[in-house]
Design a protein around this ligand. Sequence first.
Ligand SMILES: [Zn+2]
Length: 314
Amino acid sequence: MPLLNRRTGTLDRVSSGPRLDDAATILPSSRREGAGSSLRAGLFETCANPGCGSGWLHLLRSRSAPVFEGGWNCSAACTAERLQTAVRRELEGRGSAQDRHRHRVPLGLLMLEKGWISAEQLRHALEVQKAAGAGRLGQWLVTQQGVSEQLVTRALSLQWSCPVLPLEFHDAEAVTPLVPRLFVDAFGALPLRVAAGKLLYLGFEDRLDPVLALAVERMTGLRVESGLVQESLFRPAHQRMLSATFPAVELLEAASEPAVVRALARTVERVRPVESRLVRVHDCLWLRMWRKAQTGPLPDAGSVQDLICTIGLQ
Ligand SMILES: [Zn+2]
């Protein structure tokens, strides 16, 4: 089926409809499987597409790439089928537990309870916030009521049950290969540093983004520790980060799920990465491709390439 599909340029699910299998005309199916697997187990890799129907024919092709999620694909059709499975997997996760909001104690009440502000200060800050129709309560407490910014950050960290992260030694250029610029910008994330080669500290200004943190964890293979950074330190660092150099990225808006799959598969076939992965970040699908084998915990900015897709017309 994948052989046929590649010629016609269409992509059907392997399980649907009657199959016209090119390989079957050359070898009977039972022998084909046996011969194929023993050959592949020896000199050649096995195609990672469970529905691959090319049998031993793929041995005639000289392809060592592309690799998607640790598995080699023997043909463009197999790449597309594996991406289709991955896209479905990612889109099915939308709106699940990771997106749900947890109930949090309001910041003002938490600070009042701790004795860090008075009822009077809270009342005034809430009034000013209401009159202005903008701004966060924490900001009003700092600017109008003289509450220390450190206390507000500490209260936010209690609210989110996360640490307050320090900003010393932040090297924006060094951490750009970890999170695409679009996500740094849109979701207010600030990759801080990698510790011990396996832990990434990811800073936020006033609220965490567990969906992004999970996506970065799956993509980089690093454990992500999210935390808050004091606002006055966060903002300039975030600005510096946004003007740093990030890996190459392509943005794409596709009209439908099949269109996304086609675009992703085309890109993977064109780039021929030695590894590539797909994760979802909110309404975006993030495909990362490594053109060279990675040697350390930080990807080499020059050899990774991202494709970020959104699907319109849901
Ligand atoms: Zn295949």
